[in-house]
Design a protein around this ligand. Structure first.
Ligand code: AHM
Ligand code: MG
Length: 335
């Protein structure tokens, strides 16, 4: 008996009715992310072949060198969403400020804003290691037909309508949630179609993998150092396995399937860690919680943090529930 494979397009249509507001706009929005993801995937796959890798000679707002593919992915996502007049504003990790899209036009009924990290983990491109795209979707809070403002973007993560990522790995997957669980779709590159391959993804409650840049160990808060030692201790099901790709999407994806924790703590040189609340932590936190996992800054739920600026950074601990609670316990001892 053959099993009918569901495509992402079919899945979006069939699940549209479960959205709170069914104007079809959110479906169109996810569809256009799907399209841009395929275009970016095509380019990422050619990274070693064409002269597109390497720094583009520009520095982004965080003072980091931009790879050419970052620029490409940024343009593709912004272009796709702008051209189709599908949202009223976009904020990107690669842009200093948000982009308004005809939001002051009184005929513009588009009510969503998108926040995006177009190509995360881009230092991995030159060495043929997985990278990803992360996106986060909110309803605007200002009235339709007026210009979008910073308030539309500085919303708490618990207001997200949808979030997801694309992982450009050994295969390309799009994983997303609209608040009804997490589903993963794998791209068949031969025909350019995403198929539902990982329905209802769940973090195991316990895990045996910890993912952290241990090169920064000496700079970590004592609670985090103690937790890392705990992971390495010979006791019960420990020591755990250490796995760190340096590409949040890929580390998260593996940990969700196998059980594990991803950590980017604050350290003595960087008091808020490295990851951005709006582009990286909130969407991953929404996915984690929808998949029975947890995301915290060490003591507070990520999605309850009040954002104060677009490019804000926060310490990030995310993954299997019991592991995140354990590291919080260690951190609390020193407060
Ligand atoms: P990026 O947005 O500049 O690519 O940085 C985010 C990435 C994450 O994907 C990854 O987990 C982390 O930075 C790695 O940082 P580090 O090299 O400091 O361990
Ligand atoms: Mg990033």
């Amino acid at each position: 008996m053959s099993i009918k494979k569901q495509t992402l397009g079919e899945f979006i249509i069939e699940n549209q009715a479960s959205f709170k507001y069914t104007s079809g706009e959110l479906s169109r929005l996810i569809n256009s992310i799907r399209l841009a993801a395929k275009v970016v995937n095509h380019e990422v796959n050619k990274a070693g072949l064409v002269d597109i890798i390497g720094a583009a000679g520009e520095t982004n707002v965080q003072g980091e060198d931009q790879q050419k593919l970052d620029v490409y992915a940024n343009e593709k996502f912004i272009h796709t969403l702008t051209n189709r007049n599908i949202v009223c504003g976009i904020a990107s990790e690669e842009e200093d400020d948000f982009v308004a899209i005809n939001s002051q036009d009184e005929n513009n009924q588009n009510k969503y804003v998108v926040l995006i990290d177009p190509l995360d983990g881009s230092s991995n491109i030159d060495v043929n290691v997985s990278v990803g795209t992360i996106f986060s979707i909110y309803r605007r809070v200002t009235p339709l037909g007026t210009p979008v403002t910073i308030d539309d973007f500085l919303q708490k993560g618990n207001q997200q309508v949808a979030a997801g990522y694309v992982v450009y790995g050994t295969s390309t997957m799009l994983v997303y949630t609209t608040g009804h669980g997490v589903n993963g779709f794998t791209l068949n590159p031969a025909i350019g179609t995403f198929y539902l391959s990982h329905p209802d993804m769940q973090f195991p409650e316990d895990g045996k993998i910890y993912s952290v840049n241990e090169g920064n160990y000496i700079h970590f808060p004592q609670g985090v150092k103690d937790y890392i030692k705990y992971c390495q201790m010979e006791e019960g099901d420990r020591p755990y396995t250490s796995r760190y790709i340096g590409s949040l999407v890929s580390d998260f994806h593996r940990n969700m399937i196998k059980g594990g924790i991803y950590m980017y703590p604050k350290h003595s040189k960087n008091s808020n860690g490295k990851l951005r609340l709006l582009y990286e932590c909130n969407p991953m936190a929404f996915l984690a919680e929808q998949a029975n996992g947890k995301a915290s800054n060490g003591h507070t739920r990520i999605m309850d943090i009040e954002p104060t600026e677009l490019h804000q950074r926060v310490p990030f601990f995310c993954g299997s529930k019991n592991m995140v609670e354990k590291v919080e316990e260690f951190i609390k001892k020193y407060e």
